[in-house]
Structure formats: C-alpha cells, structure tokens
Ligand binder design. Structure first.
Ligand SMILES: [Zn+2]
Length: 230
C-alpha cells in the first residue's frame, strides 16, 4: 500500500513537472486513463489525467479545459460558421489602438474562414505543392483554426516578413490582449505547422500570458497532439 502511494505521489509530481506531455501519440479525453509508462496499473486505479485536463465535445466541437481546440487532431463540424467572435474582435481593436501609438499599423488580413473557403484554399495549395508540403502550412477543411472565429492573420501571411517590426511588436505585446502566436518558432513538430508570426489565436489574457511566460504552444499547454489520422 505504501509503495503504491509513493508511486502515485511521484506520478503526480511527474505530471505536474512535465505539464501536459503525457498524452502524446494518443487522442486523449477525460475518460482516458491509459498511459504508456510502467505505472499504468496505478493510473488505472486513480485517474490522474482526469484531474489535469478535461475534454468536452459539444455538438462536434472539442473543448479542453474549457478552451475550444482546432488542430490536426481535433476538427470542427462543417456547419460551424459563426464569424469572428466578439471577444476576438474587441481584443484586436484594443491591440490595434495600442500598436498605433507605437506607430505600428495593424490590420486583419484574414479572419473567419468557412469550411467551404478552406476547402478551396487547401485544394489550390495541394495542387501547387503536393499534399505533404501543403499540410505544413495550410489546414485541411474542418481543421483550420480560422473556422473557429478565434484566429486572425495580422498584416500579411507571408514568410518573407518573419522578423519585421510589426511581427516583433505582436510577439512582444499580443498576450497583453489575450492572443498567442499560435504556431511558434521551434514548436513545428508539436503544432504540426511552420512558424507563423502573423497567425494569432485568441485565448484570453490569463492563458495567453501564462503560455508566453512558459514559452510553450497551445498543444503543450493542453497536453494534446496535433496529428492527422491519415
Ligand atoms: Zn492564419
């Protein structure tokens, strides 16, 4: 009994240190208590992962710890079609005002994108680049964060602008307004996408600041993967 308690405690400690990386390679949900490591017998008796992250699917939309998630693992229904959320727009307007005081003009060049619009884009990209390459920078229909109404491309969506003045401003300040750089540099293998300094995702100030402070991406924060099934 004592040994089990120790194993359990060290497991808890491990989970709290490693944050959320335990679920990699499997689609986890709140009832999934399996683990690939040796302490799985203990974990099945005490569902530790349940205490760490909760997953809810409402009308085909996945929320992890209450955060709507769209990536290569989690898609949106075709009918999810609501435009940019009020919170996203309000936050952008505040950020735009602040940036203009620093002489940085900010504009949304791509906001909400429907399933059908993404379908057209993705088809074009795969025709030009092949599916494998297209998957590194464009989402398949149903898998684009732009369909969530929580994502915006600011000023341009162009790799030649990496490191520009406005992108540096966004990197430094966007969390103050509730946005994260959704596909950060160095996290390509986790997010499944190339670094995109212009693609911001609204998550709210507290979470954005925490993610920035920890230097992690949303997948790491929520303990999830971003991988297509095929
Ligand atoms: Zn984007």
């Amino acid at each position: 009994m004592k040994r089990i308690t120790i194993v359990f405690l060290s497991l808890l400690l491990l989970l709290s240190i490693s944050g959320c990386g335990k679920n990699k390679g499997s689609e986890s949900n709140s009832s999934d208590t399996s683990s690939s490591d040796s302490s799985s017998s203990v974990e099945s008796a005490v569902p530790v992962s349940e205490k760490i992250h909760s997953t809810e699917v409402i009308d085909g939309v996945t929320y992890i710890d209450g955060i709507l998630i769209v990536n290569k693992t989690y898609s949106l229904p075709k009918s999810y079609n609501y435009g940019l959320t009020d919170d996203t727009l309000k936050a952008f307007k505040k950020m735009k005002n602040a940036a203009s005081k620093d002489n940085i003009p900010l504009e949304i060049v791509s906001g909400f994108r429907s399933y059908e619009e993404q379908e057209v884009l993705y088809k074009e990209y795969t025709a030009e680049n092949g599916k494998k390459k297209a998957d590194t920078f464009s989402a398949r229909p149903g898998y684009s964060e732009h369909q969530s109404g929580l994502a915006i491309d600011v000023n341009y969506a162009d790799f030649s602008t990496v490191g520009s003045k406005d992108m540096k401003w966004l990197d430094k300040h966007c969390a103050e307004y509730g946005f994260i750089i959704r596909f950060p540099e160095g996290k390509e293998s986790i997010t499944g996408y190339d670094y995109e300094p212009w693609h911001l995702r609204y998550v709210g100030k507290d979470i954005a600041k925490e993610i920035k402070k920890q230097g992690i991406c949303l997948e790491e924060y929520l303990g999830i993967t971003s991988e297509y099934k095929d």
